[in-house]
Design a protein around this ligand. Structure first.
Ligand code: ADP
Ligand code: MG
Length: 197
């Protein structure tokens, strides 16, 4: 479990920011962990704001919702840049589905952290082909803390790090759930990809 380096930010004039990344496959508990950290910041009476890319409307237009139905209010935005204006005055800024943001995400998170904001970003580290996803590698490089969470392989029960697409489509972004993706371990992912080609 991730232990926050410091929960209370105390005096605004002396506050210090940093970047945390929560990554992993689909169903690995990224959103759950993001909500857990943000709820703790709320308990510490910190000012928080949560952003998600507007393209992700799978469960709710505005809330961030996990697969076990935890949710937290969020603001859908179009560009990473929008966070600077809307999140600059917060103690903590949360970002979900970070992989769908533009390449400017890492720079925006660095700016927020430099100005004293604690940034917590959750996102898929790999796409359905097992390739690094969008702005995630750059974001992980600039983060102080990177937590990789794991799902359970639906075929063998091992730890899963891959999101295997179970329907035919070659788009990198295909919004979906258990109807179109399966959490798989390396072995079962490779087997599935071989069966496809
Ligand atoms: P993520 O944001 O990483 O997609 P969530 O936080 O939304 O994940 O959901 C995690 C929850 O998904 C788990 O607590 C569990 O209830 C559920 N779940 C469904 N399928 C799986 C799986 N294959 N492995 C682990 N958890 C799963
Ligand atoms: Mg999620």
């Amino acid at each position: 479990m991730f232990i926050e380096p410091r929960v209370g930010n105390g005096n605004h004039a002396t506050r210090r920011g940093w970047v945390e990344v929560i990554c992993g496959s689909m169903f690995s508990g990224k959103t759950e962990e993001l909500i857990r950290r943000l709820n703790r910041a709320k308990i510490a009476k910190q000012k928080i704001e949560i952003f998600k890319p507007r393209i992700d409307k799978r469960y709710h237009e505005e809330d961030v919702v996990s697969h076990n139905a935890n949710s937290i209010r969020s603001t859908p935005i179009d560009f990473a840049q929008d966070m600077l204006l809307l999140g600059g005055s917060c103690d903590v800024v949360g970002v979900d589905e970070a992989q769908f943001f533009d390449e400017g995400l890492a720079e925006v998170c660095v700016k927020l952290a430099n100005s004293g904001v604690r940034v917590i970003a959750a996102g898929l580290d790999m796409d359905y082909l097992g390739k690094p996803f969008g702005p995630m590698p750059a974001l992980m490089a600039v983060a102080e803390y990177v937590t990789k969470v794991h799902a359970v392989c639906v075929h063998c029960g091992d730890i899963a790090t891959y999101s295997f697409r179970s329907v035919p489509s070659e788009q990198q972004v295909l919004l979906g759930e258990t109807d179109s993706y399966e959490a798989r371990c390396r072995h079962c992912f490779v087997k599935g990809m071989k069966g496809r080609s």
